[in-house]
Design a protein. Structure first.
Length: 363
């Protein structure tokens, strides 16, 4: 009996060693070795690559959908102008008749992204099913801490951007707009975008995309990649002066995409516009990593949008001012002065975020 027991224990020990060896080999072949031989193919087989493919596929599908949506909108606008329709359809028809083709493309992009989202989620589940890596859990905060982070981020971003706007008004680069917006306009054009865009974009770029990117790359590379993507998505309109000859043509969406790419052939565009949005994306990604949650980035994002759109309602730029185009671009978010404001934002955020570090929260 003792000999049989010893043989059983030895066999179990050997089986355990074999199991550990198989798990170690599996981890090596599926994660460690691929990370060392990382390439384009390996990237697109990852979760982050699946997300990038989802966005690129959405851009192409939107180019196919946009002309058809444009024709429907024009027909609805003509019907609203010539026939008696319900008040809601008349409002939609009038809005559709006024909309530019780029607006139809942006709406088509939202529709395409929603249609393709189930394929993205299915792909992510398949990748995770083959992976033995453990997800990093997000840090949990009390509701008081969440409100503090959102409010603090909002106050820092909005205050600094409004300070820049006041200085530009003092220097003559902006003048007060002759039209005073009403409460309804402030809510629909300022408050609603500030809340909706900050929640949606932070979930997508700093929550989903950055989180997936961190699975296979270092934090700096993940922040740079997601920030470049964030900046690119915000320039889905052609340069000023470009016109789509026939928006109803089947290839009009692809023509619009081609014109959008002309943005990136202008060096001034990189310095005054694209670089600023890239730095904003880096700040938001850094805040996400620093706090381990999305609350502070949501506050920053909402504060920037609130100040940017609110200022544009109350002031208008002076195109002939000497600050254009390098010191100040087309708006408060482009140019070297907004870039300097972002640098000050980083310094203040660094001081503010020290109170949310794990050691201070545990003290």
């Amino acid at each position: 009996m003792a000999l049989r027991g010893a043989l059983t224990i030895r066999r179990l020990s050997r089986d355990s060693q074999n199991a550990r060896r198989k798990i170690r080999n599996l981890l090596w072949t599926s994660h460690i070795r691929p990370l060392k031989r990382w390439g384009v193919k390996r990237f697109f087989q990852s979760e982050a690559g699946a997300t990038v493919l989802w966005v690129l596929s959405s851009l192409l599908l939107a180019a196919v959908i946009a002309p058809w949506l444009y024709r429907v909108g024009i027909e609805l606008g003509e019907a609203a102008a010539t026939r008696n329709l319900p008040a809601f359809l008349e409002w939609v028809g009038a809005s559709s008749a006024r909309a530019k083709f780029s607006r139809y493309y942006s709406r088509s992009l939202v529709l395409a992204a929603v249609v393709l989202l189930p394929f993205l989620l299915r792909r992510i589940r398949l990748v995770r099913a083959r992976s033995l890596l453990i997800d990093e859990s997000c840090r949990r905060f009390s509701w008081q801490c969440i409100v503090t982070q959102i409010g603090l981020g909002f106050a820092i971003a909005a205050t600094l951007l409004w300070t820049l706007g006041i200085l530009l008004h003092h220097w003559g680069a902006y003048v007060v707009s002759p039209k005073t917006p009403g409460i309804g306009k402030l809510i629909s054009a300022v408050m609603v975008p500030a809340v909706a865009a900050s929640l949606l974009e932070e979930w997508l770029f700093r929550g989903l995309l950055l989180g997936l990117w961190l699975r296979f790359s270092k934090p700096l590379a993940a922040c740079v990649g997601s920030s470049l993507f964030f900046a690119f998505i915000h320039f889905l309109e052609p340069p000023a002066g470009w016109v789509i000859a026939n928006p109803a043509a089947p290839w009009a969406g692809f023509e619009l995409l081609g014109k959008i790419m002309w943005h990136f052939a202008d060096p001034r565009f990189f310095v005054t516009d694209f670089a600023t949005l890239f730095v904003i994306g880096m700040i938001l990604a850094w805040a996400r990593l620093r706090t381990g949650a999305l609350w502070f980035p949501i506050g920053l994002h909402a504060g920037w949008i609130f100040a940017f759109k609110g200022y544009n309602l109350l002031f208008r730029g002076v195109p002939s001012h000497s600050m254009h185009p390098w010191a100040l671009g087309d708006s408060l978010r482009s140019g070297l002065l907004p870039m300097l404001t972002l640098a000050v934002t980083v310094v203040i955020c660094d001081l503010a975020l020290r109170r949310f570090e794990p050691k201070r929260l545990m003290a």
